[in-house]
Write a protein that binds this ligand. Sequence first.
Ligand SMILES: [Zn+2]
Length: 295
Amino acid sequence: MIGSMDLARLQPQLFEDFKNILQSDRMNHAYLFSGNFASFDMALYLAKSRFCEDLQNHLPCGNCRTCRLIAAGEFSDVRVIEPQGQVIKTETIKEAMRNFSRSGYEGASQVFIIKDCEKMHINAANSLLKFIEEPQSDSYIILLTSDDNKVLPTIKSRTQIFRFPKQLELLVRAAEKEGFLKDQAQLLAEVAKDFEHLKQLMQTKKLVDAIPICQRFVLTLIRDRQLAYLGVAKLAVLLTEKNEQDIAFQWLALLLSKNTSNPNRMTDLDKVYRAHQMWKSNVSFQNVLEYMVIS
Ligand SMILES: [Zn+2]
């Protein structure tokens, strides 16, 4: 679990901002956090500030029983909602809002954290809006999303938005610490959303194996078509899942954009872009890679 020391390291600017907000007692009733990098940890930090038994100058201690229960997800007045499958059901939000207003009238504080809030059904979002517009005095909603462009405008206009930038260098260093070479660590970090995701990527052997193949593919694309075809065949056998194939496209684009010695860099980048689009409209991974080599 990430503590406040880590928040200061992972999001130094935002951590300062929120410390100021808490210390001047200006916490809003509804926030939208865009970007995955330590945003859930910041949401928990804000939640702790509402319940901590040992506040230090308005900031949560992180050590008392309540702070630890919140960190463990076991504190009943801090509720975390996340999608089941691809959607957050309307009933889930409605039920939570019912409990919410009940306790609000009783004067107890409540914090409601919704992960991947762009996956709320529009009806769910509407139930939530009613609450955001007439907040109970001591209740708070923190919405999390990887990308606020996907969030309904009605929600965005009624929340205060904070963006959580990815700290690429920290991810690169974490991958290097696990034994990856600089250029491979860089590629892993570029596609990782956060530390948890990076760890997953590093443990997925076929993705790790795909890195040198992508690196060679980009070189052979320029110098040797026969070898490039070989690379296509290897990638197609190795990367069978959609999400893995998506990462391969990102790597190819990154590698091409960095290869400044390639005189056809822009054309090749354009080919990757078009191949990626074709793949998104359901042409097979192998076919679009072959198209890149031929064209
Ligand atoms: Zn505490």
